[in-house]
Ligand binder design. Structure first.
Ligand SMILES: C[S@@+](CC[C@H](N)C(=O)[O-])C[C@H]1O[C@@H](n2cnc3c(N)ncnc32)[C@H](O)[C@@H]1O
Ligand SMILES: CC(C)=CCC/C(C)=C/COP(=O)(O)OP(=O)(O)O
Ligand SMILES: [Mg+2]
Length: 294
């Protein structure tokens, strides 16, 4: 089956069902209208467009001193490097993937991670997003980069994936799990993954050791119209759905340098303070969880 002959009507248009819930309609509209310079200017650096945050130490030599007339451009390049480094760490945790495998990016945004996955593993990568604009953007970029036969984005609910049971070698959510119920999400990943397949998420979650979601977490939820889950909910919903954590890594110290650099750039959006304060007061954590489908 080719990448284009399913879900296509006689008129040649993808037969896209409407949103499953009114909330999903809100999220589709949100991402259809999103055009923040922080995401577009960073993506323009090398043509890989991300909607996630960065990790790793800031290369101070690369950004120059504050008097450098090129500093802003250098900061943008550095922020983008840290966001791509984040996607690389997620892909590291998929384990060995062969070129005949199929990978699934659930909540794929503009598709930057999908291109990186194909470049690394040589395999087919299928992405799902609620936003028609994002799917069109991702498919256009994949064609322009010459990987359109391997990398495809579709408008589709990740709680109802268009894949056969057990057909997927690896799947992930990169900062997209805060839009859905985790039991529903992990039940669906567990269905499409082959036994022995790998699931990876990088996510922001509230810390049960703090007590309840802090005011900063509530501010992040309101800013993005999402519903951040606790770390406990992730682990419980995985355990209930045959997903056994193989690695749980607290990336909070690794993401703080990204936020502190971003807060000094001209591309601030106003949400930087909430991320920095909640990471520092311990109420919020940036976490990677890699799990085996057993
Ligand atoms: C913050 S963006 C992350 C994009 C991408 N993972 C990345 O790293 O660049 C969140 C994404 O989740 C998607 N999303 C949210 N709920 C979804 C659902 N029920 N089904 C499919 N995609 C969903 C949105 O459409 C958006 O593309
Ligand atoms: C870690 C958490 C809680 C993430 C929430 C999901 C989200 C909106 C991620 C970043 O998207 P973006 O790249 O479009 O955001 P921004 O415009 O702030 O860069
Ligand atoms: Mg961004």
């Amino acid at each position: 089956m080719s990448l284009t002959d399913d879900l296509t009507t006689a008129a040649g248009h993808a037969a896209i069902p409407g949103p499953a819930t009114p909330y999903q309609g809100d999220i589709a509209r949100y991402w259809d209208h999103e055009a923040r310079p922080v995401n577009l200017r960073l993506g323009d650096v090398d043509g890989l467009y991300h909607h996630h945050y960065g990790i790793g130490p800031v290369d101070r030599a690369a950004i120059g001193d504050p008097a450098d007339s090129e500093r802003e451009k250098k900061v943008i390049t550095e922020l983008h490097r840290l966001e791509s480094a984040q996607a690389d760490v997620l892909l590291d945790h998929l384990g060995p993937i062969t070129p005949d495998a199929m990978l699934v990016d659930a909540g794929c945004g503009r598709g930057g991670s999908m291109v990186m996955a194909h470049q690394r593993f040589g395999c087919r990568v299928e992405g799902l997003t609620l936003s028609t604009k994002q799917a069109d953007f991702g498919n256009q970029r994949a064609r322009e980069l010459g990987v359109g036969d391997f990398v495809r984005s579709r408008v589709c609910n990740m709680l109802d994936m268009p894949f056969e049971t057990g057909s997927v070698a690896g799947s992930w959510n990169n900062e997209s799990s805060m839009y859905v119920d985790l039991h529903d999400l992990f039940a669906e990943h567990s269905r499409v993954l082959a036994v022995g397949g790998r699931y990876v998420t990088i996510t922001g979650c509230w810390n049960p050791a703090y007590g309840q979601p802090s005011k900063w977490v509530s501010q992040i939820n309101a800013h993005f119209e999402c519903n951040i889950h606790s770390r406990r909910e992730y682990l419980r919903a995985m355990a209930d759905n045959r997903l056994v954590p193989q690695a749980v890594i607290d990336l909070t110290p690794d993401t703080l340098p990204y936020w502190e650099l971003r807060a000094t750039s001209s591309l601030v959006t106003g949400i930087e303070e909430a991320f920095i304060n909640s990471y520092k007061d311990g109420s919020f954590q940036y976490v990677l969880i890699a799990a085996d489908r057993v």
